[in-house]
Design a protein around this ligand. Structure first.
Ligand code: AMP
Length: 424
């Protein structure tokens, strides 16, 4: 019978890989919690309207990439393409703003976008997301980018470049929008049909275009950063100043516009030159108007998301696979010894020692082969004779030495050995 394959662009994370994922997640939790962030977990599906209203009707994500569907009641839902909108929805729904302290939140989980799958771009992917609500000033912008850089250091990824930009506020953006529109109009229909449409609906989105010709034309486009108002400039200057004080390296890149409409003022991306076309590891920015636009109070906010697949690809480059090995392997010969082995592994596990055994009564030779392959440092061998003498044979797979141990205080001996020696 033909086997069933996973959905295109949605990947399994196999046991050999899962260790990388867990270690990245653990490090993120650790770093975030040091900075006062608390975990939030929101559903993977939301009402479609939430994303249309927050990310923007004329963004690529909403127009082309959403996993939207009607459920059995006819309600339009969507699998979340990103986490910010859901977190804002939850923040408003549960009145988290009534807590006088600012809220620092993080979420880790799968996101869904119907993009064309390729290396580093999938339809189900995973993000580590951090958001702060209730802080207006530039200090938190710098702190957040600093935290992101620190997280990369702790995970062990170097050579990333933090690109920063400012998108101004809705007022300065309005002025710029007209200037950009004039520029686009002057170029006539040299732009792709998508860009021509963007020119009318949402001109800033032309900077998301991946078509080479459009990118080349945009080289000479006017830049938003040259048109921002006094307050937005002061905010941006202060962010840069705090970054310098924290020793966080950055580059100003006036072309970062991000693919979502809700951003304003500070925006940033973490870029690598080691992954080909998919060069953004993560990005984020300020979104002061979004909480209000989603029915909440006028609370300033800022956040970022990192893509885990790309992060792990970078981490794995040039590094050997992390093999996982049990500490003890119990080999047994005969039915009664096999039952004793069965009880022994449970006792070892009960004391927190990782142990594995042969359940199927194979030959000693094949059990030893499996023990060796498992990477276990110690093999405990149970035979009828040993059992009668209430003894067990211990083989150290690293030093290749054997000894006989009394069965009686075996668990205590194993705990001692475990604490005194290293893995293979
Ligand atoms: P965005 O919300 O689009 O800025 O995405 C933030 C990060 O998520 C990106 O920098 C990527 O690392 C990751 N990401 C976004 N879309 C995908 C995708 N389709 N597949 C894998 N990673 C993605």
């Amino acid at each position: 019978m033909e086997s069933i394959q996973a959905v295109r662009g949605m990947n399994d994370i196999l046991p050999d890989e899962a260790g990388w994922w867990r270690s990245v997640e653990d490090t993120a939790r650790d770093v975030f919690e040091t900075f006062g962030y608390r975990e939030i977990r929101t559903p993977v599906a939301e009402k479609l309207e939430l994303f249309a209203r927050s990310i923007g009707e004329s963004t690529d994500i909403v127009e082309k990439e959403m996993y939207a569907f009607q459920d059995r009641n006819g309600e339009w839902l969507a699998l979340r393409p990103e986490a910010t909108a859901s977190i804002v929805r939850s923040y408003v729904q549960h009145s988290l703003h009534t807590d006088s302290a600012p809220q620092k939140l993080y979420e880790i989980g799968p996101m869904f976008r119907h993009e064309r799958p390729q290396k580093g771009r999938y339809r189900q992917f995973h993000q580590i997301d951090a958001e702060v609500f209730g802080i207006e000033g530039p200090m938190i912008d710098a702190e957040m980018m600093h935290m992101l850089s620190l997280l990369m250091d702790r995970i062990g990824i170097s050579g990333l470049i933090l690109n920063i930009n400012t998108l101004g506020c809705p007022e300065c953006r309005q002025t710029y929008r007209d200037i950009l529109k004039d520029f686009l109009t002057a170029k006539g229909d040299q732009f792709c049909p998508d860009c021509l449409r963007r020119r009318e609906t949402n001109p800033l989105r032309v900077f998301d275009c991946k078509v080479e010709g459009c990118r080349a034309l945009l080289e000479s486009a006017p830049l938003l950063i040259d048109y921002i108002c006094k307050d937005c400039r002061a905010h941006f200057d202060a962010v840069k100043d705090y970054l310098e004080k924290l020793g966080t390296r950055y580059e100003v890149n006036p072309r970062i516009v991000r693919g979502l409409d809700y951003y304003m003022r500070t925006t940033f991306e973490l870029i690598t030159d080691r992954l080909g076309a998919q060069n953004a590891i993560g990005g984020g920015g300020r979104y002061n108007g979004l909480v209000r636009d989603l029915g909440g109070p006028d609370v300033p906010a800022i956040g970022f998301a990192i893509g885990m697949e790309r992060l792990i690809m970078l981490l794995q480059q040039g590094q050997p696979k992390k093999a996982h090995a049990p500490r003890f392997f119990i080999a047994s010969l005969g039915d009664a010894p096999r039952v004793s082995a069965f009880l022994l592994v449970e006792q070892l596990r009960g004391r927190g020692l990782e142990a594995e055994m042969d359940y199927e009564g194979r030959s000693l030779k094949s059990q030893m082969r499996r023990a060796d392959k498992s990477g276990a440092r110690y093999v405990l061998i149970f035979g009828e004779d040993e059992l009668m003498r209430r003894q067990i044979r211990l083989r150290d797979m690293l030093t290749k030495t054997q000894s006989l141990l009394p069965l009686d205080d075996l668990i205590e001996s194993m705990l001692r050995i475990d604490s005194e020696t290293i893995e293979r």
